[in-house]
Design a protein around this ligand. Sequence first.
Ligand SMILES: Cc1cc2nc3c(=O)[nH]c(=O)nc-3n(C[C@H](O)[C@H](O)[C@H](O)COP(=O)(O)OP(=O)(O)OC[C@H]3O[C@@H](n4cnc5c(N)ncnc54)[C@H](O)[C@@H]3O)c2cc1C
Length: 415
Amino acid sequence: MKIYDIVVVGAGPAGMMAAIRAGQYGKNVMLIERNETLGKKLKITGSSRCNITNTAPLDTFMEKFGRKGTFFRSAFAAFSNKRLISFFGFKGLKFKEEKQGRVFPISDRSRSVIKVLKEYLSENSVKINYNTRLNGIKKKNNYFSLDLGNDNYMATKKVILATGGVSYASTGSTGDGFSIAKKLGHKITPLKPGMVPLKTTEEWVRDLQGISLEDVHLTFKYGKKKLISDVGNLIFTHFGISGPLILDLSCQIVPIIDKNKTIDLFIDLYPKIKHHELKEKFIDEIEKRSKTEFKNFMRLFTPNRLIFVLVELTGIDPKKKVNQITKGERNAVLNLLKALPLTINGVLPIEKAMVTCGGVSKNEINPQTMESKIINGLYFAGEIIDFCAPSGGYNLQEAFSTGYLAGESAAKNLE
Ligand SMILES: Cc1cc2nc3c(=O)[nH]c(=O)nc-3n(C[C@H](O)[C@H](O)[C@H](O)COP(=O)(O)OP(=O)(O)OC[C@H]3O[C@@H](n4cnc5c(N)ncnc54)[C@H](O)[C@@H]3O)c2cc1C
């Protein structure tokens, strides 16, 4: 039976990069992918525009990966955001920077990223077996036997598992790598949804489906604790709320919901104006338009479709002339504009999350090489590793960086 130097399992960004890097060392590399194409998830990233990385410095990158983010130091150092940009730039792919340092290809197409990866795979003679699903791994003396089903086996000296998480399973990431790693003795930390929309108790959010609130600020309160967001955008959905602000905080919210069951959320629609300044503006406008009906007057302060919700929540007669609004009623309106209350009572399932938090425990992976501390010659790359990062290009950079380091380490280990 032919014995490959390295078999990489999973042709997502992590697996493709691992195979390319190992190929650059002249190794005999096989990339296996259960789908009929490469990078099915990569294709839909960033709404098919692919937010590939971020311009943030290395320290910020590690912070984004939480308390144990320093685990990724060697990987980010081996293949940094700058190296990623020049790696793709070398093949003519140019990038642009958007809000908060988010980097996208100028083409606004994830396909152009995949095209470059394909070029690198081919020029480094990486063999690719599509429609090939790994079922299990056995280590026999100095090589691994890969069970590909129907009595098909493949032999290799090193294996890199880059099978992703369990979110968006239709892209091929169904968590196979977790059960395979577990059978080999690895600990899998609990899998939780990361970057996931939130569900609310209030029914009125359904009527606002599709409405977005721009530049708002969120305060989540649970017990005596608070979780405070940056200023950003939120979108109402038929089940609750989503949008960048929500997705980014959701990693922190999921464990709180698990424990507390509900969290109170307060949305500040005017985060840049203090309460008393908003009050002055409100009174000024009342003086200018004293005979205007309350529901029409509120157009000055909120998006149209939100008006009827606010009006209902204040209990003020929508036809009341604004000069007849009492001080108590005015305060009720101002309080809603500065702290519109919602009750978060759950999150969407992990399948609908953009990333999977949890996975192969970092304690059992050597951060310098991505090699398993339990099985020599077995490496991990990408979302299969236990971590949770927000949006902004951090997840793809992690996949490329760990893939690069795993590919390089596996290749060097053969020399
Ligand atoms: C809708 C959406 C948008 C996103 N947008 C962004 C973004 O703009 N920026 C960002 O940084 N991150 C984004 N992410 C997250 C990012 O896509 C992932 O973190 C990244 O794809 C993980 O890469 P990976 O290579 O580890 O895994 P994956 O991309 O999941 O690839 C794993 C591959 O392994 C294959 N596989 C699985 N099991 C087997 C098996 N048993 N045998 C053979 N092959 C197997 C799968 O078919 C798949 O092709 C987004 C995610 C989603 C769902």
